[in-house]
Design a protein around this ligand. Structure first.
Ligand code: SF4
Ligand code: SF4
Length: 151
């Protein structure tokens, strides 16, 4: 009995340390890790693509005035799926490597982005500036008249 226990102890000691020292030492996540979502307000054009595909509906869009669009990310509901990153035409949303997001204050997990939309000089209504999505060529569709010589 004692011999077998000693053998076991020897095997365990030979293996060396197999656990990581985290949280006593920092832990760098692997490549491709999807952590907290980061939004670059400078790049966002307010197209709403991210909100349309977010599975837990944690991105809310409001238009408080004709020329202002407000995006609110309620990241306490985020599932870290990165769908918003995939669809954003301006690469305004990215995932960071931050994973220590536990907090007592829910506001820490809220991100607010305000986008000033362009307004038409004639009617005053807002419209979205052209994005890469608008420039996609749809198979089977005619190009706009000005691109095909006005025909
Ligand atoms: S990572 Fe997924 S759940 Fe989180 S905000 Fe983006 S689309 Fe929504
Ligand atoms: S998909 Fe990108 S550009 Fe469009 S509203 Fe979301 S963050 Fe802004």
């Amino acid at each position: 009995m004692i011999v077998s226990k000693l053998k076991e102890a020897l095997i365990c000691l030979k293996a060396g340390r197999v656990t990581l020292p985290y949280p006593f030492a920092p832990r760098e996540p692997e490549e491709g890790f999807r952590g907290r979502v980061v939004v670059d307000a400078e790049k966002c054009v307010g197209c709403g693509g991210c909100a349309a595909v977010c599975p837990p509906r944690c991105i809310e869009i409001r238009d408080p005035s004709p020329d202002r669009r407000v995006l609110q990310f309620f990241l306490e509901r985020c599932t870290y799926c990165a769908r918003c990153v995939e669809v954003c035409p301006e690469e305004a949303v990215t995932v960071s490597k931050e994973f220590e997001t536990a907090t007592n204050a829910r506001d820490d997990m809220h991100v607010r982005v305000e986008v000033f939309m362009s307004t038409c000089r004639r009617c005053g209504r807002c419209y979205e500036p052209p994005t890469p999505l608008d420039r996609l060529i749809v198979t089977g569709m005619r190009p706009p008249a000005d691109e095909d010589g006005g025909h």
